[in-house]
Design a protein around this ligand. Structure first.
Ligand code: FMN
Ligand code: FE2
Ligand code: FE2
Length: 407
């Protein structure tokens, strides 16, 4: 756990977490940070305390003491969002100090009661304030369904700091550099990738609510954005706001000038056509990501499709339906509400087909509204005429993609 001063009377505690499945699902290759903030006036508040998955609150207490905060002197625990990555230490904290007050939305209060039996709660609504003394005044601004229904922003007026919790967050461990102005160009690229991974894996389902949260942030005067995961933005908080606007567009079908080939093949027939697709994309100078299912992690698959303006689905028929690992991937993308992508499917069949029918069922069931170029199916190995059709399909897709590119 690391300690950093954000402004006079405001500190950040941050810890790197790795080798976990985030939400029990996502294999986050580069880990994640959990950030907690301490605001000191005459009274002391801690915003989104963290102990993470190590289950050792003593690490938190020791770090608090090192910045001059006795855990026993914490008056308020601000719970911006009840998810246990931010609140998992509450019951332990009650054991060492019984009279701190939790500040949260009404929805968080209900969840806190059900998870931890908490009842010493001050419920806040839009615009309510908490004066900590010494010029530190916190105000609270619900942003429902930014991940969970209970979420709110906390804003510190004196320093114009927005404590945004899951909003404006990113995956990826932080090394020495935790502020935007310290990041090297490589670290900026790293957090672009990890920001997309985070948004697509965890937040994309809630895109309409995230758009509202962006609008709310735009109405605030902000000098610093201090999220619950990832770097703190003090030089240019507008950057992460703009990034989130762009990521919301990716969820609605826009993307970078890249193609993701989502493919699988049992005996190499569909794979032959994928080879042909690759040659065309190379010839056309288009960047592409080739993801073989089921070998790729769900996390990388969702992030790659999410950020690409064009998707090529290459999968055969299996037991009257679409090759299951690719069908499962598409269902996952549907659950994440990744809609409106420009797409093209190709694949082999041996008997009477069926993959194409299931593809459309998946699209309809999840209301994905992907914009498809006409599919190319072939019996057994692809023949020259099939590969010609594949080439025509890829070129049509590249044309369709053009209007979707946002970088
Ligand atoms: C387990 C299994 C199930 C299959 N199910 C079907 C099917 O339901 N309908 C069909 O037309 N072909 C079916 N086939 C045939 C494949 O679609 C065909 O072999 C195709 O060329 C496989 O392409 P691939 O080598 O890219 O996997 C099946 C093949 C296997 C091995
Ligand atoms: Fe969350
Ligand atoms: Fe979180």
């Amino acid at each position: 756990m690391k300690k950093l001063k954000i402004a006079d009377g405001i500190h950040m505690l941050t810890m790197n977490v790795k080798d976990i499945l985030f939400e029990g699902i996502w294999k986050i290759a580069n880990g994640v940070t959990l950030n907690s903030y301490i605001v000191q006036g005459e009274k002391t508040a801690i915003i989104d305390g963290v102990i993470g998955w190590d289950g050792v609150p003593e690490t938190l207490y020791r770090n608090l003491e090192e910045i001059g905060v006795e855990p026993q002197n914490i008056d308020y625990l601000i719970v911006n969002h009840m998810e246990p990555d931010h609140s998992g230490w509450i019951s332990n904290f009650r054991k060492i100090k019984d009279d701190f007050k939790i500040v949260c939305t009404d929805k968080a209060a209900r969840i806190l009661a059900s998870f931890y039996g908490e009842d010493k709660i001050k419920i806040v609504k839009e615009g309510d304030t908490l004066d900590l003394g010494k010029g530190k005044i916190l105000s609270f601004h619900p942003v429902p369904n930014v991940h969970w229904p209970d979420t709110m922003y906390t804003y510190e007026k004196g320093t114009k700091t927005l404590f945004s919790c899951d909003m404006f967050g990113a995956f990826g461990r932080m090394g020495e550099h935790c502020f935007d102005d310290e990041l090297t160009p490589e670290e900026i690229d790293f957090f672009e990738v990890e920001g997309i991974r985070y948004f697509s894996n965890v937040m994309a389902t809630f895109t309409p609510s995230l758009k509202k949260a962006v609008e709310k942030a735009k109405t605030m005067e902000i000098n610093i954005i201090a999220p619950g995961h990832g770097p703190v933005y003090r030089k240019n908080p507008q950057k992460i706001i703009d990034d989130y606007v762009r990521f919301s567009q990716y969820a609605d079908g826009a993307g970078k000038n890249e193609v993701t080939i989502l493919w699988g093949s049992m005996y190499g027939m569909t794979a032959k056509a994928v080879d042909c697709v690759e040659k065309i994309l190379q010839r056309e100078g288009v960047k592409y990501n080739k993801l073989e299912m089921p070998l790729e992690s769900e996390s990388t698959m969702v992030a790659s499709v999410f950020k690409s303006a064009g998707i090529i689905i290459a999968a055969p028929t299996y037991e009257y339906k679409l090759f299951p690992p690719v069908a499962a991937a598409l269902n996952e993308l549907g659950r994440k509400k990744i809609t409106g992508k420009a797409a093209f499917r190709l694949g082999s069949f041996g008997w009477s087909g069926g993959a194409e029918k299931e593809l459309h069922e998946i699209m309809e069931r999840n209301r994905m509204n992907w914009d498809f170029v006409e599919s190319v199916e072939f019996e057994g190995a692809p023949k020259e005429e099939d590969l010609n059709k594949v080439e025509a399909g890829v070129l049509k897709l590249l044309e369709k993609m053009k209007e979707k590119i946002v970088e």
